[in-house]
Design a protein around this ligand. Structure first.
Ligand code: UDP
Ligand code: MG
Length: 305
């Protein structure tokens, strides 16, 4: 296989040993009739369940399967990035290993691309398998980010777009936002979400919170501005209160209830200050992370690449 593949598939894999054989079989069934040369790049994100060995076996049997192994777990977004870096295709499709992104949709994605689309996004119709907490937090988050709730990291990217994304080396990668940001001719395709083929979600609640914070802080400075607005508002309230206190002092006989009002003001302002110190910290921490300029990932093993 020295010929340059037309289509690259990028699959992030983190402890998905139970799904890999089925994934490979389903992908092959769908890709064969397309009559395009293709490669399947499986990025093993520091799995500990033998996923890498399984991918190596798949590679033995089918040279189109290629392996990129990380030295440890770097996270879903970084795994996708490494796959995009390694892909050779004129178009790249990213999809999850757990078969929640149905391979059956691939011919439609390719058709749209051949008809001129440069990014073909997918929107899932149901969220099979997602709990109520995940649904609620996702809804809130995407409303805040002004993005469709049901956008998935299952999409086709034209080579042009991949090359642009390769030049974006920020560490906090929120791909859905980045795709929005790069522009190009984008289309959407809907699909019915499947249940996970095997195992459990690799996104714990804590990881999801971290992911959401990455998304917000890398695309919006609104939380920083919020500090100024809150400061302005409390200064205004303080000013009104001073006018009131002066009035009470000179024109009435009642004295100011000092203890309560002072305590309320101190607590209120103290709270606001601490909150926004935290917000500042979030951004500053990210500036710190980015300035270190460490590589985004460390590869420990490559097969076929
Ligand atoms: N994944 C990864 N690294 C991680 C977590 C997840 O490469 O640290 C992969 C995982 O193997 C799967 C995809 O990213 O192929 C999506 O993960 P998951 O299905 O757990 O997320 P969910 O579908 O529940 O949002
Ligand atoms: Mg999943």
């Amino acid at each position: 296989m020295s010929e340059k593949p037309k289509l690259s598939l990028v699959v992030p894999v983190y402890n998905e040993a139970e799904s890999l054989a089925e994934l490979h079989a389903r992908l092959t069934t769908v890709l064969k009739p397309l009559n395009l040369s293709y490669e399947i790049i499986m990025v093993d994100d520091g799995s500990s369940d033998g996923s890498a060995a399984l991918i190596a076996k798949l590679h033995e049997a089918d040279q189109r399967v290629k392996l990129l192994s990380f030295s440890r777990n770097f996270g879903h977004m970084i795994a996708l990035t490494a796959g995009l870096d390694a892909a050779h295709g004129d178009a790249v499709i990213t999809l999850d290993a757990d078969l929640q992104h149905p391979p059956a949709l691939i011919p439609e994605l390719v058709r749209r691309w051949q008809a001129g689309a440069e990014v073909v996004n997918t929107l899932r119709r149901g969220t099979t398998g997602a709990g109520p907490l995940k649904k609620l937090t996702a809804a809130l988050f995407y409303r805040l980010m002004k993005m469709p709730v049901n956008a998935a990291d299952y999409r086709l990217l034209d080579r042009k777009v991949v090359d642009v994304l390769k030049s974006v080396r920020e560490r906090a990668r929120f791909l859905r936002g980045l795709i929005n940001w790069v522009g190009f001719k984008q289309e959407f395709v809907e699909y019915e979400a499947d249940r996970r083929f095997a195992g459990w979600t690799k996104y714990s609640f804590g990881r999801m919170v971290a992911f959401a914070l990455d998304g917000i802080t890398s695309f919006s400075a609104v939380p920083l501005r919020l500090a100024a607005y809150c400061g302005l508002l409390s200064a205004l309230l303080g000013f009104v209160y001073i006018v009131y206190a002066v009035y009470v002092h000179f024109f009435t006989t009642t004295t100011i209830a000092g203890w309560t009002s002072v305590l309320v003001a101190v607590l209120f302002l103290g709270g606001i200050q601490l909150i926004f110190l935290g917000v500042l910290g979030e951004y500053l921490g990210r500036v710190f992370e980015e300035t270190k300029q460490r590589p985004l990932y460390i590869v420990s093993r490559r097969l076929g690449l």
